[in-house]
Design a protein around this ligand. Structure first.
Ligand code: PHE
Length: 343
């Protein structure tokens, strides 16, 4: 029996040496140790047929051999597992020294986004909150609540896109649609700005597009006057252009402000000489503004005897053109990479 044990151990050791993966190791283990037919198991089972003294001796010996074989097995297993992790690490290695992607593939912010970010930072620093509103808007918030009833001629200046089968919904023609929403939601006092996309059924040319961007501002408080509007508008333009910009003020009519103004700025693309961006007038209509009409304050659920306010609507697409010297508004939506890569 002693001889037999030695043989088993030798053959096990020999076979173990040639094993290269964990699966084959498992198979080998079973060959010797499986409960039913393992060679070592059979030996252990046969011990019970031996007589007293011999059984004791052989029992001890087989146990030693068994332990030795098991420890050989464990070592091999460990070795194979380490190897497995090493290969995994090797194949899944990430080269952190890989160079940065080339500049063209990184993308950049759209010029409209850049200008909106500047404006939003400027106004939040003055205590305004940033609001959003739906682009598909109810006729009520876009027109009615702003003092522009059905069939009012003012609707002709803001021809929009209507929705088939629902005449109460329109693509908003201006961000002023958020004025009454803001008052209803936050009450007074209120300071809010809204940047976003607006839509008009326009004849398209270098300074008109069917989709463009605006920033609305609304402030509701006690005893607000034109001086407050002007001060804020000057701050706005200085903030965007980083210098004082020449402006002029004209009376302007908007149904939701009284009095209403058009604030124009001297064209920065041509410095006032006249170009495509300013319709060859040297001036750019930039900032319609005025004091919020009492009936709009009432639509917002506030008492117009107690509360006053100002509002302005900035054509931010126009401002983008001024800031970057872009002569054609259509470039903003052109998707042209040679244009966009400049920002
Ligand atoms: N919503 C107006 C427009 O788009 C602009 C405006 C806003 C005028 C706020 C006055 C006050 O033409």
């Amino acid at each position: 029996m002693q001889e037999k044990l030695q043989k088993i151990k030798d053959s096990f050791e020999k076979k173990l040496k040639s094993i290269k993966d964990l699966d084959s190791l498992d198979i080998l283990y079973n060959e010797y140790f499986s409960r039913k037919a393992g060679e070592m198991t059979n030996i252990m089972k046969s011990l019970k047929d031996l007589s007293g003294e011999e059984r004791k001796e052989m029992g001890a010996l087989s146990n030693t051999v068994k332990t030795e074989m098991e420890s050989l097995f464990e070592n091999k297993k460990q070795e194979l597992e380490n190897k497995k992790w090493e290969t995994l690490l090797e194949t899944e290695k990430i080269d952190i020294t890989q160079p940065k992607l080339p500049q063209e593939r990184q993308g950049s912010k759209h010029p409209v986004t850049l200008v909106h970010e500047t404006l939003e930072n400027l106004f939040t620093s003055m205590g305004f909150m940033l609001l959003d509103g739906p682009e598909l808007e109810s006729d009520y918030y876009n027109f009615e609540a702003l003092n522009i009833p059905q069939n009012h001629p003012a609707r002709d200046t803001q021809d929009t896109f209507f929705i088939k089968g629902n005449k109460d919904m329109v693509m908003r023609t201006h961000t002023s649609s958020v004025q009454v929403r803001a008052m209803q939601k936050y009450g007074a006092p209120l300071r809010a700005v809204v940047t976003g996309r607006v839509f008009r059924n326009e004849a398209i040319d270098a300074s008109h597009d069917h989709t463009f961007y605006q920033m609305e501002g609304i402030l509701i408080d006690k005893n607000i006057s034109i001086a407050n509007v002007l001060g804020t508008m000057k701050e706005l333009l200085a903030g965007v252009f980083g210098r004082e910009v020449e402006v002029r003020l004209r009376p302007g009519h908007f149904d939701f402000v009284e009095p209403g103004f058009e604030l124009d700025m001297k064209c920065l693309v041509c410095e006032g000489k006249g170009c495509g961006a300013c319709k060859h007038s040297g001036w750019v209509e930039t900032l319609p503004c005025g004091l919020v009409h009492p009936s709009v304050i009432e639509s917002g659920g506030l008492d117009s005897k107690e509360w006053t306010g100002f509002a302005f609507g900035l054509g931010s697409s126009r401002l983008v053109m001024q800031r970057y010297g872009i002569e054609d508004i259509r470039l903003l939506h052109s998707g042209r990479l040679d244009f966009l890569k400049q920002f």
